[in-house]
Design a protein around this ligand. Structure first.
Ligand SMILES: Cc1ncc(COP(=O)(O)O)c(C=O)c1O
Length: 395
């Protein structure tokens, strides 16, 4: 008798960031005073206009199925946003709205990949990419990067990773977890390799509006060929603090969007009608205080970390993460506890110093750990005091 879970599901690793968050929330519920620097969501509220639009949608009974790719008003407005923000020409028919950017990414991998296709994945990477690639029965081909290239891949590395099976390059700029942002010149150089070997790009630009003193450029902006080859992913979770509303989108070549709309029609159909109305309202009303506040917090954390023993840290240009290198603690101990890798480092910080953060091992970055500064200044100060006290005892 056939019994048990599919291999597909058995082989999935649960999201390490969500597990750390769940463990931390449990400790907090048990009365432990933990400072949580592990979360990947802004501590800002959803803009009032978006909340009001959601309430109006309910009052107006806008609570039924909508068009599968999302209401046309929202898709038109997303197209206008992409024109204003990135200079890209899309129409409503080139946009597919989904239940969060995660869903858009899953649609993209499922639509583009056949079994055995290779997806080039720069590391450190966001935890869900390799799992999604495998769910689509494709193979992640990891290009490892570190501080020496600012956690960015070079055209030479990309060229070396290409094989006849290469189907897609995954790009994530600004990056989770490193905060690295590719410059225009760096993207231009990668664009030449993509054009030479003719593969697709899934460009996850969910942190596009969270950049500090640098320009955010989309790989889709390097001419018509690149635009045709790019599926641009974005959403409302980060820049509009709408993580729970679940609205993300993809912009791309019309025939691909049409195919993915059919795929979505059989899996989840439209994203929540109420959330779509809220997203429509949000697009006009970004919280202008968010970027300066995040910049302040980033600078504060960097300044504190750079005075601490055993750590080094690059300046990230985007997102809301810093990614210090803690490898100088490996082989040392905190009190009686040996530290041999980033997992030990993060576990000890949680258990002994009561700070929750994510070990680099989760992102294929064994020498680093991720701090999310999407939390209050007060929490950050408390966490930095605790981190410093902890590191002073690492011998
Ligand atoms: C790089 C990256 N892409 C996509 C997502 C998913 O965003 P959403 O909440 O829209 O599904 C996240 C969320 O943490 C992320 O960090």
């Amino acid at each position: 008798m056939a019994w048990g879970l599919s291999d597909r599901v058995k082989n999935i690793a649960p999201s390490p960031t969500l597990s750390i968050d769940a463990k931390t929330k449990q400790m907090i519920a048990d009365g432990v005073d933990v400072v949580n620097l592990s979360v990947g969501e802004p501590d800002f509220g959803t803009p009032d206009v978006a909340c009001s639009a959601g309430k109006v949608a309910i009052d107006e009974q806008f609570t039924k199925y909508t068009a599968v790719p999302g209401i046309v008003e929202l898709r038109k407005k997303i197209a206008a946003f992409l024109k204003d923000h990135a200079g890209l020409d899309y129409t409503a028919d080139d946009i597919l709205v989904s239940s969060g950017a995660k869903h858009s990414l899953y649609n993209a991998f499922m639509a583009l990949c056949n079994p055995g296709d290779e997806v080039i994945l720069p590391a450190p990477y966001w935890v869900s990419y390799p799992e999604m690639i495998r769910l689509a029965q494709a193979e992640p081909v990891v290009i490892q990067t570190d501080e020496s290239t600012g956690f960015k891949i070079t055209p030479e590395q990309l060229e070396r990773a290409v094989t006849p099976k290469t189907k897609v390059l995954l790009l994530n700029s600004p990056s989770n977890p490193t905060g690295a942002v590719y410059t225009k010149a760096e993207l231009q150089a990668l664009a030449e390799v993509i054009k030479k070997h003719q593969f697709y790009v899934i460009s996850d630009e969910i942190y596009d509006q969270l950049v500090y003193d640098v320009e955010q450029v989309s790989i889709a902006s390097f001419g018509e060929e690149l635009k045709q080859r790019t599926l641009l992913i974005n959403g409302f979770s980060k820049a509009y603090s709408m993580t729970g509303w679940r609205v993300g989108y993809m912009a791309g070549e019309r025939s691909l969007i049409k195919a993915m709309t059919s795929f979505q029609s059989h899996t989840t159909a439209n994203p929540a009608s109420i959330s779509q109305r809220a997203a429509l309202a949000a697009l006009d009303h970004r919280d202008e205080t968010m970027v300066p506040e995040f910049r302040w917090r980033r600078d504060y954390v960097l300044e504190r970390i750079r005075k601490m023993p055993h750590l080094t840290c690059d300046t990230p240009s985007g997102a809301f993460y810093v990614f210090p290198n803690c490898s100088a603690t490996y082989g040392k101990s905190y009190r009686e506890h040996a530290i041999k890798d980033s997992d030990d480092f993060a576990s000890l910080l949680l258990e002994q110093a009561k700070i929750a953060l994510v070990p680099g091992s989760s992102f294929s970055a064994p020498n680093n750990f991720r701090i999310s500064y999407a939390t209050s200044r007060e929490n950050l100060a408390k966490a930095m005091d605790r981190l410093e006290a902890f590191l002073n005892e690492v011998k």
